[in-house]
Design a binder for this molecule. Structure first.
Ligand code: FRU
Length: 488
């Protein structure tokens, strides 16, 4: 079916319950379906929203178009969890049903205020001549899960911003509220992040200024900015679009970047002594990550695994994308570390240990596994995942621990995707040292934590589910464990 504009913006109530049930069944029955990650119950999922801890539960909402694999009229779906691993879908939370969000309840964040959760997000409105008008709007989520929208926007489009002014990230410092918003400037059409402040979360909101980072140019737009504290270091995590590759080398259509500083001056919106721009994820398709400082003092992160403007093989099954697993952030000497949350171990089922010169790990491992492996120094070869028995087809992790290289290669999977952006992603490792990998597969998603999360490589891959082998292409000196993982 062709997704005309009219179809993409058709009101939700014009779909029948039966249509939705069919789409849900189709998504659920897909061979590529994720079994322990947040995924759309139907249609398309994109950014995580409103990541928070409220009323004894972790909350992750996500951008959703429930009626097909296209970026149509967006709403927020809600999922909750007790342990950041087992998520329960609570369904539609923010329907695009007011004037301000007539063309989509776009991305935003959440923060506990009193005994309710305050949601701050972008209402995407279009006029009859299709001019986009962004509003930053607010809603309360009560303890019994009711959403009460404010009747007026919190922030209207300022004259210095183009129509691209969105994705507020709300946080509180010393009883004051702040929001970082992504935007494009009106005069020169360049991307920026700006800071707003309010004494009460419902406003009035005051413009503090553009966030000063020392980076000269962020391309033509910045989406989904976040500012969090990671072990005392202010950390900006954001998605610049159209960023020059001279500013930062990246391969994905749009990168998701990290910039840490020594301190952040909220009065002047200045990141002091910024370090170097870093890629948040060295894989194929992490984007729109959302992070927040939880009551336990830690910074948690979750990402959309998918990218704007790309198509995926599941589009033909009318669903698309998923969220990453949740990661805990730490930093040491200017290096960001991302680790699985402790409860990920609760998914572990049947296990086996490997040690020594290993070639075959398991020819029936399947694609719902965790594989923790240390590859010794001076080893070179290929680790095949989700592979057929003769190692002709599958996802490849090529390693060279002598020269310090690791390459994730999707070229031998059944349905290589986004090939115009390359089949491989490569990272450098310390030379002449062992490399420690913690690999998660979930049917069409690979997440690889390298050296305790100093780097992470995430990627969707699409290959047949009967390809169940985990093996090295030659005898390799390794030790580690492989686990079957339970369903969420
Ligand atoms: C990023 C994004 C956001 C926007 C949302 C709409 O993927 O484009 O900037 O709020 O998706 O779904």
């Amino acid at each position: 079916m062709e997704w005309t504009r009219e179809k993409r913006y058709r009101p939700y109530e014009q779909y029948s319950a039966l249509e939705l049930l069919e789409l849900q069944a189709q998504a659920n029955n897909s061979a590529y379906q994720l079994r322990y990650h947040i995924r759309p119950t139907s249609g398309l999922l994109n950014d995580p929203n409103g990541f928070s801890y409220f009323n004894g539960e972790w909350n992750v909402f996500y951008q959703s178009f429930p009626f097909g694999a296209t970026h149509g009229l967006k709403s927020w779906m809600r999922t909750v969890s007790k342990d950041l691993v087992h998520w329960e879908n609570r369904g539609l939370a923010i329907a695009p049903d007011t004037k301000f969000e007539s063309h989509g309840a776009y991305s935003g964040s959440a923060h506990v205020v009193g005994d309710q959760l305050f949601l701050m997000y972008t209402g995407n409105h279009r006029t009859s001549d299709w001019t986009r008008v962004p509003y930053q709007v607010g809603a309360w989520l009560t303890q019994n899960g009711e959403v009460k929208k404010l009747s007026h926007p919190l922030i209207e489009q300022p004259t210095f911003a183009s129509e691209h002014f969105r994705d507020p990230q709300l946080f509180e410092v010393d009883g004051k509220f702040y929001a970082v918003i992504g935007m494009q400037s009106q005069n020169n059409k360049r991307g920026e992040m700006v800071l707003y402040q309010a004494n009460q979360v419902t406003g009035p909101w005051r413009f503090v200024g553009p966030i000063k980072t020392g980076i000269k140019d962020f391309g033509y737009m910045v989406e989904c900015p976040n500012l969090v504290m990671v072990d005392g270091a202010p950390t900006l995590i954001f998605c610049p679009q159209g960023l020059s590759k001279n500013e930062f080398a990246y391969q994905n259509i749009y990168p998701n970047l990290v910039l840490q500083g020594e301190s952040f001056d909220l009065a002047t919106a200045t990141l002091r002594r910024p370090g170097k721009l870093q890629n948040l994820d060295a894989g194929f398709d992490v984007y729109a990550s959302q992070t927040f400082n939880a009551p336990d003092g830690l910074a948690y992160l979750i990402s959309w695994v998918g990218l704007p403007d790309l198509t995926y093989p599941t589009d033909r099954e009318n669903w698309a994308n998923c969220l990453s697993q949740v990661k805990v952030l730490h930093q040491k000497d200017g290096q960001l570390y991302q680790s699985p949350v402790p409860a990920m171990k609760s998914l572990r089922g049947r296990s086996q240990v490997i040690d020594g010169q290993v070639t075959m790990v398991d020819d029936q491992a399947g694609q719902q596994i965790e594989f923790e492996v240390t590859i010794e120094p001076n080893q070179k070869g290929t680790l095949w995942l989700a592979a057929d028995q003769i190692l002709k087809r599958g996802l490849q992790v090529k390693f060279d621990t002598q020269n310090g290289k690791l390459i994730l290669d999707r070229s031998k999977t059944d349905e290589p995707t986004a090939v115009e952006y390359g089949h491989t992603r490569e990272i450098d490792l310390p030379a002449n040292q062992a490399v420690k990998l913690r690999i998660f597969l979930d049917h069409s998603l690979a997440e690889i934590f390298v050296n305790d999360g100093a780097q992470v490589m995430t990627g969707r891959y699409f290959t047949r589910q009967s390809d169940q082998t985990v093996a090295f292409d030659r005898p390799t000196q390794v030790h580690g464990s492989l686990w079957q993982l339970n369903k969420m």
